[in-house]
Design a protein around this ligand. Structure first.
Ligand code: PGA
Length: 241
């Protein structure tokens, strides 16, 4: 794992976007794995800027997101589909039929997981997977204890995770209890992985990630099994190293 520290989250976002732009420059039809949450927002803003200033086009690119809440319609204001449209897709030239998220509103979630794995395979696998990290070490919605050989699956969300995400909902009761997430094996099968962490609230988890052994109780430790992982952090997230 190659860890690079930046002054602040804006710098970090610029570098992450530059890395994504370089991936697309060398392979215009690259498949990007995308993430939601607070952390990638600066990266998405910078990608929009690069597109608007004609330095980057997504016309041939395809994207697959890590996860989606179960039980929310894609049009729901808190779905990850809505997040992605609001913060990225609606502002760039990525064609509508080239971005994909799991469908959390599917009547058969197990079947939806299989469909999503097949889709990722059919579009050629992920070239670059963007990741955040939860305070409990989760990646995607792979909570502690998730087997490393897991593919896309339905998960029950940790109370910890529901509380962290409650800020986007009007009350904790509205936060879904389940989600669909790519599994750890799905993430590890990406050619390249880019994990971002910013702010004081991530300092402990970054310190732990660096020091810990590989163990399913700390899902992000699985990244140590991958040969091409870059971790970008800001000074606050690196403050306990
Ligand atoms: P955050 O979420 O970017 O909102 O901190 C990251 C995560 O939980 O994976």
């Amino acid at each position: 794992m190659n860890i690079i520290e930046f002054e602040d989250k804006e710098q970090l976002g610029k570098e992450a976007a530059a890395l994504i732009a370089r991936t697309i420059a060398s392979k215009p039809d690259a498949v990007l794995g995308l993430a939601t949450g607070g952390t990638p927002l600066d990266t998405y803003q910078e990608l929009i800027h690069l597109y608007q200033s004609q330095q980057l086009s997504f016309k041939q690119t395809k994207t697959v997101n890590l996860d989606e809440y179960a039980g929310l319609d894609p049009d729901h204001e808190n779905s990850y589909m809505t997040y992605m449209k609001r913060h990225l897709f609606d502002h760039i030239d990525l064609p509508q039929d080239q971005y994909f998220l799991p469908n959390g509103a599917s009547p058969d979630l197990e079947k939806e997981c299989l469909r999503y794995d097949q889709l990722i395979q059919d579009i050629g696998g992920i070239d670059l997977q963007l990741l955040g990290i939860g305070q409990n070490g989760h990646i995607g919605f792979n909570e502690p204890g998730t087997p490393f050989n897991s593919k896309t699956h339905v998960v029950k969300l940790d109370e910890n995770t529901r509380q962290a995400n409650a800020r986007y909902f009007s009350s904790i009761d509205e936060v879904p209890t389940h989600a669909i997430t790519m599994g750890i094996a799905s993430i590890l099968s990406s050619k390249k992985i880019l994990l971002l962490a910013s702010g004081k609230s991530k300092a402990k988890v970054i310190q732990y990630l660096e020091q810990t052994e590989i163990h399913p109780d700390f899902p992000a430790s699985a990244l140590k099994l991958h040969e091409d992982v870059t971790i970008l952090i800001d000074r606050e997230a690196g403050s306990l190293r």
